[in-house]
Design a protein around this ligand. Structure first.
Ligand code: URA
Length: 294
């Protein structure tokens, strides 16, 4: 057997063992540490913190995409924003492949009829921003302006979100923005009023969302508002309880819940708390958050 083949079979055997542990309910490997990290980058974790099993299963030698199982409800990531970063293998896909897959998905979404919202939409709002982004923002669903333009967060809440993004030191188009549902939900007796998507509408759209995230594989996510936070973590608590604490999306991607920008437009005094949450995100991504006050 060549050394390469031998390495491959060792990796496969280790993977099978980890899969078996995962199947039997083991979620963490307490003795396993991430390799030392020279760069201050993403997915930082205290050196002594356990590695989520799903991360230990991340692609090794065989370039296999990580599995995307349903998230354990309310799993909390050990808070360690200043810990040395662990370089986690990212991007099994090239930028070109990522764009290709997202554009196929966007076409599927544009012709989707899985829930009744398709009948009243003007356009689907698939996403906006950079498919190579390390940071992804997730909202609830399109509003009037998003439905008209076919892009998420282009209305008043989107303008505030753009300011938040710039305050974090990113360009508007450095990040990727999407919603839990792609078509606009509105009140049946008043089409000018947006409403929360129903559980059925969210479930119908969820496979698209999951495939989008599988392609994007960002270093961190921000859930904007209670609907997105609950949908992505499986937690039942409201956003006031959920915000400010790192969670894991799919057991793997660090996710920070915070207030929705539309809520901030009505309650600007909450901006301070959102900024605290965003600073945690900046720290995790290796951005300087120490001196900035917005
Ligand atoms: N609110 C959202 O959650 N998403 C949008 O795209 C616009 C407003």
């Amino acid at each position: 057997m060549t050394p390469r083949r031998e390495l491959h079979s060792l990796v496969m055997a280790a993977r099978a063992h980890l899969d078996a542990l995962a199947d039997s309910g083991v979620e963490h490997l307490p003795g396993v540490l991430p390799p030392p990290a020279p760069v201050a980058a993403s997915r930082a974790r205290a050196p002594s913190a356990p590695v989520p099993l799903a991360e230990a299963l991340a692609p090794v030698a065989n370039n296999r995409a990580p599995s995307f199982e349903p998230p354990p409800p309310g799993e909390v990531l050990a808070p360690s924003p200043r810990a040395p970063a662990a370089p986690v293998p990212r991007a099994v896909l090239s930028g070109e492949e990522r764009r290709k897959r997202l554009s196929v998905l966007a076409e599927e979404v544009a012709s989707c009829t899985r829930c009744p919202l398709h009948a009243t939409r003007t356009k689907t709002a698939f996403a906006r921003g950079n498919p190579d982004a390390e940071l992804v923002f997730v909202g609830e669903g399109p509003g009037t302006e998003e439905d008209r333009q076919g892009e998420p967060f282009v209305g008043p809440a989107g303008q505030l979100l753009d300011k938040m993004i710039v305050a974090m030191g990113f360009g508007r188009d450095d990040v990727y923005i999407l919603n839990v549902v792609k078509c606009r939900p509105f009140e049946p007796d008043d089409a000018t009023k947006d409403r929360k998507p129903t559980p059925e509408e969210m479930a119908a759209c969820r496979p698209f969302f999951d495939r989008q995230l599988e392609v994007l594989d960002p270093k961190a996510m921000v859930a904007l508002g209670g609907t997105a936070a609950q949908a992505l973590t499986g937690a039942a608590a409201g956003i006031t309880r959920l915000r400010g604490t790192w969670r894991l999306f799919k057991g793997r991607i660090p996710l920070m819940p915070t207030f929705h920008p539309a809520y901030l437009l009505r309650s600007p005094e909450k901006k301070r708390e959102v900024w605290d949450d965003l600073k945690q995100v900046m720290q995790r991504l290796g951005k300087d958050s120490s001196t900035k006050e917005r």
